[in-house]
Design a protein around this ligand. Structure first.
Ligand code: SF4
Length: 479
């Protein structure tokens, strides 16, 4: 028996002549069209919204924006591939009404309107808010790292530069010594052999010296600017923590509404750690969600007293578990959690039942730090081998009550930590696996922010289509 044969290519077919007939009523492009058409692109910050009075007419930014939204929804991010889609993809032909901008026009549009994409992302959040897709009660905040257009070999930290300069100096000294030996050999009268073992020694020395000087200049620049890294290809990108396996990249922050796992706010920064990013991310989300108070849950990486204090001041009830860290933990001694603070008495009760009172006052960054201790009790304590080498000091910040409140909240609602994980895993998993978000395509922080706004918008659009369907979204956009 033969396989299914297909149709003869020269066969005349009675295909529909109207492009519109190829695009079904539930096709996402119909929503993209409706959504972009109701946006005020001028207010959003797009360039060249009004057509020029003279000269060659340009493309309407609305058409190029539709192309980008379609592309990010369908794993097509590069301008060359988007151009190709305008020629062969019936959905794009429908969406762009047969327009075929070249890749340079497409790329320039993304670069020139990088800040406006964030506003488009926010407009879609507002649309979803109107559809009641946001619970607006709890946000899960998390960060991920995405690779930048910057090879690891073209990123330098102070310590890597200092090590390189040190090693280059050592190498130069060794070469110079060999050169001196060679020169001494040259003075030997008989034999005619100059004594230089390596004829390219001078060249090697010049190359190392040049490289060392360039590294020294970079080190001096870091000293001058106070920065801690230099990236040569994308100056804004930073080497991320080794465990992220990203190498050099950017730190992506998202605030996800736990009701339907939609992204309420997103931001790209080049800060290596998440510390200090909780309050700014949630405050921006509150603005777009139009709420005065909200709960926010994040992982240990966000545990910073100043940030949690800022949350309280902004109407954010933060849930952040305390990291188990510190010199005592590193040495295998009792952690601070095993000491119970008594607010009334302002003392710590230690694991052996002794009372530690405030003894030493100092500073930790901008906070007053008080050390609680009881030297005499430690001297005679049977638990001392598990607690300290001499006598134990337990530090407490003057404003640490804010952390006690967080701990009490978490103890009352431990399930919010699982809720956090489930909520943030969905967008990050979808963006990286399903949407194929690889390395960023553009350089510089502002460009990358524009790129990620499109990615987050595409994730939200896809999610909202699953929740209310294309027709539901079109109706809301046109309302
Ligand atoms: S060593 Fe000092 S602080 Fe530690 S358990 Fe004993 S008495 Fe308490």
């Amino acid at each position: 028996m033969a396989h299914i044969p297909g149709t003869d290519r020269s066969q005349l077919l009675l295909l529909p002549e109207v492009v519109d007939d190829y695009v079904g009523p539930d096709n996402a492009v119909r929503f993209i069209e409706a959504f972009v058409d109701q946006l005020d692109l001028k207010i959003a910050g797009f360039a060249r919204v009004g057509a020029k009075a003279t000269g060659r007419p340009g493309y309407d930014p609305a058409d190029l924006l539709k192309l980008y939204i379609y592309g990010y929804l369908n794993r097509v991010r590069s301008s060359r591939r988007l151009e190709a889609e305008t020629h062969r993809n019936i959905e794009v032909i429908w969406l762009l009404r047969h327009l075929k901008p070249d890749f340079k026009t497409i790329a320039d549009f993304r670069r020139d309107n990088r800040t406006a994409f964030r506003q488009v992302f926010r407009e879609f959040v507002v649309l979803c808010r109107q559809l009641d897709l946001f619970g607006r009660e709890m946000l899960a905040v998390d960060g991920t790292r995405i690779k930048a257009v910057n090879n690891k070999n073209r990123n330098f930290t102070r310590s890597s530069l200092a090590t390189f300069v040190q090693e280059a100096d050592a190498k130069l000294s060794a070469y110079m010594a060999r050169l001196d030996e060679g020169d001494a050999g040259e003075e030997r009268p008989a034999g005619g052999h100059p004594g230089r073992g390596d004829p390219k020694l001078a060249e090697k020395i010049a190359a190392i010296r040049g490289k060392r000087d360039r590294h020294k200049e970079m080190l001096a620049e870091l000293e001058r600017t106070g920065a801690d890294q230099i990236s040569l290809t994308d100056p804004d990108a930073r080497a991320m923590a080794a465990m992220t396996k990203v190498g050099v990249g950017y730190n992506i922050q998202i605030a996800v509404d736990v009701k339907h796992k939609l992204i309420a706010e997103q931001e790209v920064s080049n800060q290596v750690l998440d510390l200090g990013l909780l309050a700014p991310t949630v405050k921006a989300a509150m603005e777009v969600l139009d709420v005065e108070v909200i709960d926010a849950v994040a992982d240990r990486g966000y545990f910073k007293i100043e940030d949690i204090e800022a949350c309280e001041g902004a109407g954010i009830t933060a849930y952040v578990p305390k990291p188990i860290r510190g010199p005592a933990v590193r040495e295998g001694f009792f952690s601070k959690e095993e000491f119970r603070y008594d607010v009334e008495r302002d003392v710590y009760d230690c694991p052996s039942g002794a009372v530690l009172s405030p003894k030493y006052f100092g500073k930790s960054r901008d906070n007053v730090k008080i050390d609680y201790a009881n030297r005499n009790a430690c001297k005679a304590c049977a638990l001392k081998p598990r607690c300290t080498k001499s006598f134990r000091r337990v530090s407490r910040l003057e404003n640490e009550a804010v952390l006690d409140r967080v701990a009490a909240r978490l103890a009352a609602r431990p399930e919010v930590l699982d809720q956090r994980r489930e909520s943030v895993e969905h967008p990050f998993g979808s963006i990286k696996q399903w949407m194929g978000q690889g390395a960023f395509l553009m350089r510089r922080l502002e460009n990358v922010r524009g790129e990620f706004s499109l990615t987050a918008l595409a994730y939200n659009v896809r999610r909202a289509i699953t929740l209310v369907g294309v027709q539901g979204l079109i109706a809301a956009a046109k309302a």
